[in-house]
Design a binder for this molecule. Structure first.
Ligand code: ADP
Length: 401
């Protein structure tokens, strides 16, 4: 018993000894608890704020998405649609259940669906933006043209997190464009006949004036003839561009001695520009399958552009190269060149560098591209602003098919 007592006493003594330490620890604990509580409160407040912000930004997104006049959707990286805005439901008359995953396919016009699926698949695989014009079926069954664009939303590491799609109704614009095209086609067709007879009568009068030795009149008639030629080219370009646009440009394929054709076009161009020296560096000639008039038109266009857009230069270099597969023809000028920002638009219909003061309709190169592509060739150029441009095309030596 005495032993037990002495044990308790020692125990108590020990306890007494650690009491200040305990007290200190307790204070620390209290303060830690207070800090953690404070942190906790702060955290809670922050979470509340963030949730509110998120909610707000989601509401902002929804408000924006539902109130702009385009269809918007989002999809997962593998193309499963998970959100559509109001415009989608309004336009298609579908529910979310009917639209999600790949069910949207049903609204695309059957003629546009195949290419859409191929291109969309390729965009998703490459993570590249998607852009296509499609006809989409509306709730009442009518189809309207839409410009469909989709952009991949990526993480900092470049991983695709989602796809954002925008579909803009371009039906009215397309109809307007069609009307405009039809008008241009009709107007240029109607203008052709009177200008052709003007040309014929001018030439008869010119011959007559020259025969009578009436120089003053002959000079005026020559000027008139030159202006009529310009008019003829302009009307021809308008007519060709409108035909090319509707796929109605006609071709007569035959075998052509390429260098002979180039020589013909050069001698014609030399008549129009006496100031430029045309330097020729042609490879051996080759026979190609093509439409003589159309290819001549391309060469003439390259030459007349080179002359027109290098008013302060003296020479133009015309060269060609032959490989075992194709012939490459180039026209190089030392003129105003084309700025980097304008370069992608050069082959577009009606494109002209805005500030330039040179005459033209911006159709020549558009027609050239159509013609060269119809010959299974390629057309391209290199240009440096203020230094000059080189326009080229390649044509296959033997037409396959
Ligand atoms: P245009 O009738 O206006 O010459 P094109 O289709 O032949 O039409 O050319 C389109 C535009 O490209 C021109 O308006 C011009 O701005 C630019 N361009 C074409 N060729 C050249 C060139 N050789 N040098 C500089 N700019 C050129």
């Amino acid at each position: 018993e005495g032993d037990d007592l002495s044990l308790i006493i020692t125990d108590l003594t020990d306890q007494k000894a650690i009491q200040p330490e305990l007290k200190e620890k307790n204070i620390l604990l209290e303060s830690a608890k207070a800090t953690s509580e404070k942190l906790n409160n702060e955290l809670e407040l922050r979470v509340k704020e963030r949730t509110h912000e998120l909610l707000l930004s989601r509401e902002h997104f929804k408000f924006l998405a539902d109130n702009i006049p385009v269809i918007i959707w989002t999809a997962s990286p593998d193309g499963f649609y998970d959100y559509f805005n109001h415009q989608w439901y309004n336009y298609t008359g579908l529910t979310f259940e009917q639209s999600k995953e790949m069910a949207w396919k049903q609204v695309i016009h059957p003629d546009d669906l195949g290419s859409t699926l191929v291109e969309w698949e390729s965009s998703m695989n490459k993570g590249k933006p998607f852009k296509k014009e499609n006809r989409l079926r509306s709730a009442d069954g009518a189809y309207r043209w839409h410009l469909v664009q989709a952009l991949p939303f990526k993480s900092k590491e470049g991983e695709i997190l989602a796809w954002f799609g925008v579909e803009t109704d371009i039906d009215d614009k397309k109809k307007e464009m069609k009307k405009k095209d039809e008008f241009i086609g009709m107007a240029s067709h109607e203008l052709k006949t009177p200008v052709t007879s003007l040309k014929i009568f001018t030439e008869i009068m010119l011959l007559d004036a020259e025969g009578k030795g009436n120089t003053k009149e002959a000079v005026m008639l020559q000027k008139m003839d030159k202006q009529i030629n310009k008019l003829t080219v302009l009307i021809g370009d308008l007519l060709d561009a409108s035909k090319a646009n509707s796929g109605k440009l006609k071709y007569n394929f035959e075998e052509i001695d390429f260098n002979k054709l180039v020589a013909e076009m050069i001698s014609e161009a030399e008549v129009t520009s006496s100031r430029h020296k045309l330097e020729l560096k042609l490879a051996d000639s080759a026979n190609i399958q093509g439409d003589r008039n159309r290819l001549g038109q391309v060469i003439a266009n390259f030459l007349s552009n080179a002359i027109k857009y290098s008013p302060n230069a003296e020479k133009i270099v015309i060269f060609s190269k032959k490989t075992d597969k194709d012939i490459i023809f180039s026209v190089r000028d030392f003129g105003i060149g084309i700025s980097i920002s304008d370069q992608p638009k050069v082959f577009s219909r009606f494109f002209r560098v805005s500030e330039n003061t040179f005459p033209g309709l911006g159709l020549g190169l558009y027609i050239c591209k159509e013609i060269i592509e119809r010959h299974e060739g390629t057309i391209y150029f290199e240009s440096k602003e203020g230094k000059g441009s080189t326009f080229s095309f390649s044509l296959p030596l033997k037409k396959t098919a």
